[in-house]
Design a protein around this ligand. Sequence first.
Ligand code: NIG
Ligand code: FE
Length: 411
Amino acid sequence: MESVDILIKNANELVTLQGKNTPRTKHEMGQLSIMPHGSIAINDGTIVAVGNDVRVTAEQVIDASGKTVIPGFVDPHTHVVFAGSREFELDMKLKGHSYMDILQQGGGIFYTVGQTRKASVPQLLKESTRRLDTMLAHGTTTCEAKSGYGLDTKTEVKILQTQNTLNQRHPIDIVSTFLGAHAVPKAMNADEYTNIVIDEMMPAIQKLATFCDVFCEESVFTPKQSQRILEQGKTHGLIPKIHADEIIDTGGAALAAKVGAISADHLLRSSTKGLREMANKGVIGVLLPGTPFSLMMSEYASARTMLDLGVSLALATDLNPNCWIENMQFIVQLACVKMNMTPAEALTAATFNAACALGMQHTVGSLEKGKQADVLVLDCPSHKFLPYRVGVNLVSTVIKKGTVLYGSKQP
Ligand code: NIG
Ligand code: FE
């Protein structure tokens, strides 16, 4: 009998998400390929067998009777590297100040830019590691991380270098995005700053990031400026992503389709036309329900319309000082309760489609032979408990690349 490192056996539900290896939409998002009483064998950090009849001897056996086994969460939109906090903005939001009011008064992103410029690299590593630890404990095994709290070349490089160091040191796999165009520094106009992003920052950061992102929004970057930045990014090998139509519809969804972005994120106010163009071009919609939640808004992105139009949806936390959410389970809950996604659709969006939004679906996002062994054991009998049993951590074991990082070691 074959001998392996870990056998997780007899899960009440083994949620494999096996299926086609391209982004899923419409009815495909509800198909989880669940194996009742399934087992999974792991060796050398890789999944070596998945099934109902896995016959191996294992160094470590995890009995998952009565539990649910799912792929590790992939969080495809975070701003995890920042210094300080903005808890004081809560009172301002309660008094009715909008996100843009706070930003234009020099708060919001600008406040965090000030804190992050001042922070040393060891301080940034320490503060960000604490957040990554919390993410991991709640089941996130892969994430994206954006720069953007520098707004000058020196600090943007510092943030991206910090992200690369964290990727080496922390068990979570971290993929970097350059978001130099996160806001326009007070002393400049948007065209002047766009030139700095393109001429000065891009050559300095090109080896430090995989993706390029822009906050395309009224009073921030116009679609024209955003297009220039994303097209220039492509010449440096950076794959486009975009913060699109978060506050008003500026045509961000259509721009994502035009530049061939891998994803367009937020999409609260996108037009049907823009969404249709995304669907035609296969741009993934990354929905961030934690953001309207943190902004105390009543409106959320129209997930059902997007699915009807054939947009593939992923979910992410948008972890940042305005929306300090490390836990993808909470995002799955919001997706169901506030955006009418089914538990199965939300789980596909938080795992397989989220991996697609990072171009990583060949290694993570589903439980299949040959994929990286990023696996969660949930202390509940069905994936349907994820959006149902709220306010606790349902993850009892986290396995990252075949190493048990959280959870009880069982004989
Ligand atoms: O995705 N909208 C722009 N950027 C972030 C917020 C950043 C901040 O407020 O610090 C977002 O929501
Ligand atoms: Fe964001």
